[in-house]
Design a binder for this molecule. Structure first.
Ligand code: FAD
Ligand code: DHB
Length: 390
């Protein structure tokens, strides 16, 4: 089999890349090692920046997003006795949307299977080869156990943090990585209960950080800071609701509780791998970088990467010009580092380290963001998403 772009991984990055390319007349094949059901059920991010919404709308996937997604005009920052709203349109003229990554992925898969480029689930043993030449290929075993070869002009490594692409880019000291693991994790729950708030609440509390998010008018998404080695079995639903109620407590406000339908512990790390390219193999999304979730950048970065990459590949494959392909890694990494800084900063400001000096600095910074328009605007611009070439 032959295609122009062989795409490894059907997460948001790979699926959106395939669609962006198809709209420019470039064909691709997407190879995914999980099943469709698994890919559609994975609960992850929930916040889309304005540019992500615009990109999904531009590729014809805006209908359900605009019908079921919830446009948000700000967030609350909370610390003891204070809950302060940052109003994004006033601060930076932009908004964000609540629309689950599961929904984005479902929309992308449905569009792909409805006349889009081939998307193969359940493949295994995926190995990119000859990426230093102009005719790389991907060896893989299809869902029926048959070994196959996909000849291509370009390979896109959108196979997430544990994929096969990044090791190949880094092989033989070709690049380097930067990493920070944080001494805390998030316990995330999905609950069948109406959100108790109109906007997301990011709460600093002596017991640890808590975040109140949502997925729909009847489903809440909540997170609690816990130790990274915390066992989920030790957190009964009652203990989770009590912990959340304590951390969000504010006079005259109450947290609605309800049945918890999913719970898991998420590790937190920052990770950047550079360059995001080796020859004809290009990385995008979590394959190249991870941010801690505070600030909701992971999914948005993946979307920004493939938007840049699609433009570069169209220029390379339609016009034979290498300029945008050559500058892709540096341009993508500039935004990656901006988001890496923002996510690190939000994480550092909001999580309890156990050290009281740290706590006073955090509270001082929170008061600053809540009282200075300049400080609030800096948060708002980053949260809602900087323009693409940043
Ligand atoms: P992925 O979504 O990881 O997609 C990669 C795909 O490649 C997967 O489908 C995988 O099965 C497939 N794959 C892997 N290896 C192979 C292989 N060898 N062959 C073929 N296919 C392969 N971000 C936020 O902004 N907010 C959040 O709240 C948030 N929560 C998260 C919670 C969890 C548990 C995780 C893991 C991530 C979370 N993120 C969050 C980050 C966000 O979900 C990611 O940044 C986003 O999924 C990146 O998209 P991607 O397409 O690059 O990677
Ligand atoms: C969600 C996750 C985040 O990391 C965040 O900062 C805001 C919302 C969420 O899953 O809804």
């Amino acid at each position: 089999v032959r295609t122009q772009v062989g795409i490894i991984g059907a997460g948001p990055a790979g699926l959106l890349l395939s669609r962006l390319l198809a709209l420019q007349g470039i064909d691709s094949v997407v190879l995914e090692n999980r099943s469709r059901a698994y890919a559609e059920a994975r609960i992850r991010a929930g916040i889309l920046e304005q540019h992500s919404v615009d990109t999904l709308t531009d590729v014809g996937l805006g209908a359900r997003l605009h019908r079921e997604g919830l446009e948000h005009h700000g967030i609350y920052l909370q610390y003891p006795e204070t809950r302060h709203k940052l109003h994004f349109p006033e601060l930076c003229g932009r908004t964000v949307w609540v629309y689950g990554q599961t929904e984005v992925v479902k929309d992308l898969i449905a569009a792909q299977l409805d006349g889009g480029p081939p998307l193969l689930f359940g493949v295994s043993d995926v190995v990119p080869e000859d990426v230093d030449t102009d005719s790389p290929r991907i060896r893989f075993t299809d869902a029926d156990g048959v070994p196959r070869v996909l000849e291509c002009d370009v390979v896109a490594g959108t196979d997430g943090f544990h994929g096969v692409s990044r090791p190949l880019v880094l092989e033989g000291n070709r690049g380097r990585v930067w990493e920070r693991t944080y001494p805390y994790a998030w316990l995330g729950v999905l609950a069948d209960v109406a959100p108790s708030t109109d906007e997301l609440i990011y709460a600093w509390h002596p017991d640890g950080f808590a975040l109140h998010s949502m997925r729909s008018p009847s489903v809440s998404r909540l997170y609690l800071q816990v130790d990274p080695d915390e066992k989920i079995e030790d957190w009964s639903d009652d203990r989770i609701w009590e912990g959340l109620a304590t951390r969000f407590a504010l006079d005259g406000w109450e947290l609605n509780s309800g049945p918890i339908t999913e719970k898991s512990v998420l590790p937190m790390r920052s990770f950047v791998s550079a360059p995001m390219r080796r020859g004809r193999l290009f990385l995008a999304g979590d394959a190249a970088h991870i941010v801690p979730p505070t600030g909701a950048k992971g999914l948005n970065l993946a979307i920004a990467d493939v938007t840049l990459l699609a433009t570069a590949l169209v220029r390379l494959l339609k016009e034979g010009q290498t300029d945008l392909a050559d500058s892709y890694s540096d341009r993508a990494l500039a935004r990656v580092w901006r988001c890496t800084h923002f996510s690190w900063w939000m994480t550092s400001m909001l999580h309890r380290s156990g050290d009281d000096f740290d706590a006073e600095l955090q509270l001082c910074q929170l008061r600053r963001v809540c009282s200075s328009e300049a400080a609030a605007r800096e948060l708002a611009e980053n949260y809602t998403g900087l323009p693409l070439d940043h």
